[in-house]
Ligand binder design. Structure first.
Ligand code: RB5
Length: 143
């Protein structure tokens, strides 16, 4: 599996934890930055990652900022992107089962690293339910 991950300064340390965790599991991780705690604009990193999901380079991605709000707003402007802000397990699971989310967004200032790792594992392992949910998801893109 291949994943692209990005964060701003508020998500940087969580990104590093998530990256190491995934690499330990043999997941190939492309790190889109940021690469330090120096203040940056979440929009730049959100766009960088969402663009690569939208164009099909990556099927799945992870974005982290302080709350997860800015990253999810930016990412969801890209066609084909279904970014789910999920700081709890139920949202992470349902975003896969019902919404076929392709980007997991988390708030680095809201949740701890251990929960983040659990959210990532669960989100990656949960399949899309298909069926009626497929029809609904297909109606998301505005022509
Ligand atoms: C950065 O201070 C903060 O605004 C950002 O990480 C994020 O929470 C935006 O939605």
């Amino acid at each position: 599996m291949k994943i692209i991950i990005g964060a701003d300064h508020a998500g940087y340390s969580m990104k590093e934890q998530v990256k190491a965790h995934l690499q330990k599991q043999g997941v190939q991780v492309e790190d889109a930055g940021t690469h330090s705690k120096e203040s940056v604009d979440y929009t730049d990193y959100g766009k960088k990652v969402a663009r690569k999901v939208s164009d099909g380079t990556f099927e799945r991605a992870i974005l982290i900022c302080g709350t997860g709000l800015g990253m999810s707003m930016v990412a969801n402007r890209f066609r084909g992107v279904r970014a789910a802000l999920a700081n709890d397990l139920f949202s992470a699971i349902m975003s896969r089962r019902h919404n076929d989310s392709n980007i997991l967004v988390m708030g680095g200032r809201l949740i701890g690293d251990m929960l983040a790792l659990q959210l990532v594992d669960t989100w990656l392992d949960t399949p899309f339910d298909e069926g009626r949910h497929k029809r609904r998801v297909e109606k998301m893109d505005i022509e």
